[in-house]
Design a protein around this ligand. Structure first.
Ligand SMILES: [Mg+2]
Length: 203
């Protein structure tokens, strides 16, 4: 049945339509990228966090800064990262923070539950590529593409700032993150937009 074209979508995707099973790797992008501030955690790390960061023991998903400010991933982020890893999807961080060292340190200290009830894992171990420095995100994505060789149209990006939609000019699909942060519902929403653009339908 022909589908009605919406304003921003072509009448039919470049490669035509493809129907795959919901668990088929082709139903997923090769790479998922996340901004950090207000995408994975609910603050600006450069202005809200005062080092040093500490982790109270082996507590999961929580760091505390010098003034007692907590830093945690949004509640459902750890299980989203675990799902991506299980599906062997390349995970990238793309942040333009002006505190890149502190952001890296936070990712290195933050402990997340393991997938298989084993040892806890440091958040940083989920990220295959990290581009964390100020500037246009076009640069971040060009670097991710150069390092991984993954085509832009195989990238899905979560970010809370409208200006970063500029990366769509490269072919990346961006999902805008609302003030509630990244959760499973949003992951599915981004996935569904990405599939639609690629002409991927689930059986
Ligand atoms: Mg942000």
């Amino acid at each position: 049945m022909p589908r009605k074209a919406t304003r921003n979508e072509p009448a039919s995707p470049p490669g035509g339509y493809k129907t795959v099973s919901p668990e088929d790797p082709d139903a997923f992008p090769l790479l998922v990228a996340f901004d950090l501030d207000y995408t994975l955690w609910d603050l600006w790390i450069d202005t809200h966090i005062v080092p040093p960061l500490k982790r109270p023991g082996d507590v999961l998903n929580k760091l505390v800064d010098r003034r007692g400010q907590d830093l945690s991933f949004y509640r459902e982020v750890p299980s989203i990262l675990a799902e991506l890893k299980r599906r062997r999807i390349h995970i990238a961080a793309a942040s333009r923070t002006s505190a890149p060292e502190l952001a890296r340190e936070a990712l290195g200290m933050l402990l997340l539950p393991s997938e298989d009830e084993g040892e806890h894992v440091r958040a940083v171990t989920y990220f295959n590529t990290m581009e964390i420095y100020p500037g246009s995100k076009l640069r971040h994505f060009k670097e991710i593409h150069r390092k991984t060789g993954i085509p832009y149209d195989q990238m899905l990006f979560f970010d809370d700032e409208h200006r970063n939609f500029e990366v769509e000019s490269l072919g990346v699909t961006m999902q805008l993150v609302p003030s509630s942060g990244t959760d499973k519902k949003l992951w599915n929403q981004g996935l569904s937009t990405w599939r639609k653009r690629r002409g991927i339908q689930l059986m």
